[in-house]
Ligand binder design. Structure first.
Ligand SMILES: Nc1ncnc2c1ncn2[C@@H]1O[C@H](COP(=O)(O)OP(=O)(O)OP(=O)(O)O)[C@@H](O)[C@H]1O
Ligand SMILES: [Mg+2]
Length: 159
């Protein structure tokens, strides 16, 4: 577990960019936190770090946006899923075990389908501080445990 405080949406995007540069095909990251926490903001940074050109929009109504790239990005937001079973109808396995990186906003709603190896990111909005966010990382599996160690080093060195 590793936590960070972010003082602006720019800092959140920057963290996403750093994370994006560390990702590999097949990686799965869940983005958790209340409405307006900054999940999509972090996803934009991650897309940028993956080298994806173009505008990233929230997939709230489409559920999944796919972006081509050297490593493709599958950006999901399951907030409007009618039931967890609909996640199967979306063919989630093709994304999870495909050649891209998968980001899932509101992943707690489909917890039963999440793979054991993944990185969970929780974003909290402290009351009374508009631009401030607390971010917690929980890594499952050796790959993400290692990635969080790398991330800590980058953050400590002020990158
Ligand atoms: N430190 C910060 N990090 C991220 N966003 C911030 C920060 N400070 C302020 N904001 C603002 O908070 C909002 C976050 O919106 P965003 O769409 O990323 O949230 P979300 O968690 O994806 O919400 P939803 O659950 O509706 O999809 C944006 O308007 C952004 O400008
Ligand atoms: Mg969002």
């Amino acid at each position: 577990m590793f936590s960070l405080e972010l003082k602006s949406s720019r800092e959140t995007e920057h963290l996403g960019q750093l994370l994006g540069s560390l990702l590999q095909p097949g990686d799965i990251i869940t983005l958790n936190g209340e409405l307006g926490a900054g999940k999509t903001c972090l996803a934009k940074g991650i897309a940028n770090g993956l080298g994806i050109a173009g505008h990233i929009t929230s997939p709230t109504f489409t559920l999944i946006n796919e972006y081509p790239g050297k490593i493709p990005l599958y950006h999901m937001d399951v907030y409007r899923l009618g039931s967890p079973g609909e996640f199967e109808d979306l063919g989630y396995e093709e994304y999870f075990y495909g050649s891209g990186v998968t980001l899932i906003e509101w992943a707690g709603l489909v917890e039963e389908y999440l793979p054991p190896n993944r990185l969970d990111i929780f974003i909290n909005k402290p009351a009374g501080k508009d631009e401030c966010r607390q971010v917690h990382f929980v890594a499952y599996g050796s790959r993400f445990t290692h990635m969080i160690k790398e991330l800590k080093q980058f953050v400590r060195s002020g990158d």
